[in-house]
Design a protein around this ligand. Structure first.
Ligand code: ATP
Ligand code: MG
Length: 349
């Protein structure tokens, strides 16, 4: 089945909700998302002390508060299953950001988790994770102001270059793994939706993971009505068959991503239905890198990621020490010039 139709880009101007609807635990229809001491509404994210909205302290100092009304849209830079991503400019400072707008039509039971994950997203500080500056919630629409990555995603880049040679892949993978070490071992969170479109690049050669806090809003396998979307899935066997899963689930996804980047195509044939996906990923042997096409180090790296049993899979920390990552160190690979020379024109507005 084709992807769900994408909602139209929204204007940045927001309207103030008129009717206060009784508070549930986490979200009111009038535009407030709340969990514990965290409140997300049209003015951004705030820490609320003593359950009293009047005694609030802004996460960002009031002077630095980023308001939706202070940013102007430049152009749409991407569309996903959940919404649109725009390049925007802060009117007063001239700074560029990416603004992700997500239409949130979700079940009540999911709201608590979304609020929690948005909190994680905003508190993350790591050079290998895309910075999330501010989150707004207004009448079913979540707007996330993020760091703008002018090279787009690895999915965009792969469309240009067809495949990525091992020496560049090792340098890219090192940064992704550092991002995963941060998420798994420091923040104790699972990404859940690691895939080429959630790994972003820029003209400085930086590679950063994104959407680790919002994957719950729109997963890659199901649309909001539970319909099967997309013919690819990076989900681990244990996740697909409904077992308990942990951070090793992201390592499976990383293995599929790396193999796809190296081969230039997704390692499984397209899935037409959830049954086909389940049957193939759960029952068939895991994909492997061909020893005729790739180095023994790369094949061993892929095999360390694509183990069907999560306990046989290496952790992000262990993988950072894998010989594949150090194999091309002597070449002093320059990702900045690789991304700039082969990808889409960078930093052009
Ligand atoms: P899905 O919705 O299925 O998860 P997706 O990850 O491509 O797919 P989005 O997260 O909405 O969907 O992103 C859409 C596109 O927008 C990305 O593929 C990327 O090209 C671009 N994009 C997203 N975030 C940024 C950003 N911070 N800077 C620059 N481009 C971005
Ligand atoms: Mg994404």
């Amino acid at each position: 089945m084709k992807r769900k139709e994408i909602s139209k880009p929204r204007k940045l101007q927001i309207s103030v909700p008129s009717n206060e609807v009784p508070f549930e635990e986490f979200l009111t229809a009038s535009g407030i998302l709340m969990t514990g001491d965290l409140l997300v509404n049209k003015d951004g994210v705030r820490v609320v002390s003593q359950n009293n909205e009047k005694q609030t302290s802004l996460i960002n100092a009031p002077d630095n508060q980023l308001l939706l009304s202070d940013i102007e849209a430049i152009k749409v830079i991407g569309k996903g299953s959940g919404g649109t991503v725009q390049l925007v400019k802060h009117k007063w400072t001239g700074q560029f950001f990416a603004l992700k707008v997500i239409q949130m039509r979700i079940e009540d039971r999911e709201r608590k988790q979304i609020a929690r994950e948005l909190k994680i997203n905003q508190s993350s500080q790591c050079p290998y994770a895309v910075v999330c500056y501010q989150i707004f919630y207004d009448n079913g629409v979540i707007s996330i102001v993020m760091e703008y990555m002018d090279g787009g995603s690895l999915a965009d880049f792969l469309r240009k270059v067809k495949s990525i040679p091992e020496q560049y892949l090792a340098a890219i993978c090192k940064q992704v793994l550092k991002g995963l070490v941060y998420l798994h071992h420091e923040k104790h969170i699972i990404h859940r939706d690691l895939k080429p479109s959630n790994i972003l690049i820029n003209h400085g050669g930086d590679v950063k993971i994104t959407d680790f806090g919002v994957s719950v809003v729109g997963t890659s396998t199901y649309g909001h009505q539970g319909t099967f979307i997309g013919t690819k899935s990076y989900m681990s066997p244990e996740r697909i068959n409904g077992s308990i899963y942990g951070s090793k689930s992201d390592i499976w996804s990383l293995g599929l991503v790396c193999l796809q980047l190296a081969q230039g195509q997704f390692p499984y044939p397209p899935f037409d239905s959830f049954f086909e996906l389940l049957d193939t990923v759960v029952n068939e042997p895991a994909p492997q890198a061909s020893p005729e096409m790739f180095s023994p180090e790369f094949c061993s790296f892929i095999s360390a990621c694509l183990q069907k049993n999560p306990s046989d899979r290496s952790s992000a920390q262990v993988l950072l020490e894998h010989p594949f990552l150090g194999k091309y160190d002597d070449l002093s690979i320059n990702l900045a010039s690789y991304f700039s020379s082969l990808g889409r024109p960078l930093a052009t507005f």
